[in-house]
Design a protein around this ligand. Structure first.
Ligand code: KE4
Length: 424
């Protein structure tokens, strides 16, 4: 039924999907249509079940259909689905988030990470009175025009659109630096002195595959931004409430000026948020001059799910040690199995297998890894019941529902693939 559903989907949805990465274009084949999910497992419409290492791209840190979150959603849904008016849960979730995250005093809820980033960028431009932005090649911040940009021809020239439909004028104001290369940021700031509103970064990169921040990189960004009067934005849509209760900012002890959140804060339902100090956020309408809005922002069901998940994480902090330890054992095992043939990068409960003989500490090194070998690995694992991200430029997400059985079964399957001779 997967195939027949996909053929129908292709007639009414671009590429048969509602988000490109789901279409398996980077690895080939027909995507799996999921019928239901429980714990660390997905079951597709043909009744085949998989150990899930995508976890809906991050939200399912406690596993699918977790009792605490399901009950919160059921209770909230019984009271109505959407009010278009304030509700208690959005206040309680904002209070909890601001109590956990360094420097976060006030936030505004959105329905996606893209909206959160887009709004944070607008606030930064207003607060600084500047227009230019700096992002890093290989980092992904959602699909707002200003973020769908690649480096211009010369490293110091203006950005060029990295998507159809993005006017060059919209892309031109976004400059691209190299992740883990402070010099590339300093050059751009010096060449555009007084014009850069913000530097936006994934504090631990996960959209080039997982690449950890080099020692001193985040601290160096903080210092450069402070010197230049440029705001530092941490895009913690993936890392927020995953790397620690206070996200990457707590883990690396670097506090940005602005944050973007998503994924985990919605407990699996659509939610995002951007936030900062009260002083910075006081410019957001209706308090201030920066307009930002959303019909379903702070939706009571999404807030109930996010609040249940974040409360559980705040009250059971042992979850962080558990998921990091699971990922550490999995990464160590994979690195042993693919010794000399793959680099296995890990940050907390996030990991990526890059098929390359080199270490991967940059986007260029990630791009040099083999797409073919990853695709072969992906399908070999899928065929024996393991659902990996369908792109080498994505993270595996370990969660609280993964256990010893899944760990050893995953490594046994990877070992079989390594011995199959499929790796070139
Ligand atoms: P959404 O608009 O998809 O909620 O969030 C955009 C976003 C922003 N910032 C970071 C660091 C992100 O990783 C994302 C979205 N992540 C991807 C997976 N790498 C979502 C999966 C998809 O695009 O379908």
């Amino acid at each position: 039924m997967n195939e027949s559903l996909f053929r129908r989907a292709e007639l009414v949805l671009p590429g048969g999907v509602n988000s490109p990465v789901r279409a398996f274009k980077a690895v080939g084949g027909i995507p799996k249509f999921i019928s239901h999910a429980e714990g660390c497992r997905l079951t597709d419409v043909d009744g085949v079940s998989y150990v899930d290492y995508v976890g809906s791209w991050g939200p399912m840190i406690l596993g699918h259909n977790h009792r605490v979150i399901r009950e919160a959603v059921e209770l909230a849904a019984a009271k109505g689905l959407s009010y278009g008016a304030p509700c208690r849960a959005e206040v309680e979730l904002a209070e909890l988030m601001t109590s956990l995250v360094p420097g976060l005093e006030m936030l505004r809820m959105t329905s996606s990470g893209t909206e959160a980033v887009m709004s944070a960028l607008r606030v930064a431009r207003y607060v600084t009175g500047r227009c230019k932005l700096i992002k890093f090649e290989g980092c992904y911040h959602g699909h707002s025009d200003a973020m769908l940009v690649k480096a211009g021809s010369g490293a110091l020239t203006l950005g060029t659109a990295d998507s159809g439909g993005v006017p060059e004028s919209a892309a031109a104001l976004t400059l691209s630096a190299n992740y883990n290369d402070l010099g590339s940021v300093e050059k751009l700031l010096d060449a555009n002195r007084g014009e850069v509103a913000a530097v936006i970064v994934e504090p631990a990169a996960a959209n080039m595959g997982v690449v950890a921040p080099a020692a001193g990189f985040l601290k160096g960004l903080r210092e450069l931004c402070s010197i230049h009067g440029t705001l530092l934005i941490f895009d913690e849509v993936i890392t927020g409430f995953r790397l620690s209760p206070g996200g990457a900012a707590e883990k690396y002890a670097v506090t940005p000026d602005l944050y973007a959140f998503g994924k985990i804060i919605g407990g699996g339902l659509p939610a995002g948020a951007f936030g900062a100090s009260r002083e910075i956020m006081s410019c957001v309408a209706p308090l201030g001059e920066v307009y930002q809005a959303g019909t379903l922002s702070g939706n009571p069901i999404a807030m109930a799910a996010g609040l249940a998940q974040l409360r559980y994480l705040a009250e059971h902090r042992e979850v962080y040690g558990y998921i990091d330890a699971y990922a550490e054992k999995l990464a160590r095992g994979l690195a042993e199995i693919f010794r000399g043939k793959a680099a296995v990068n890990r940050v907390g409960s996030l990991l990526t297998v890059f098929f390359t003989s080199r270490s991967v500490d940059s986007y260029s090194a990630a791009k040099a890894s083999s797409a073919e070998d990853y695709a072969a690995f992906f399908h070999a694992m899928l065929d024996c019941g393991f659902y990996l991200p369908p792109s080498r430029f994505e993270a595996w997400f370990a969660g609280a529902a993964h256990g010893e059985f899944e760990l050893s079964a995953t490594l046994e399957a990877a070992q079989r693939f390594a011995r199959s001779g499929a790796l070139r």
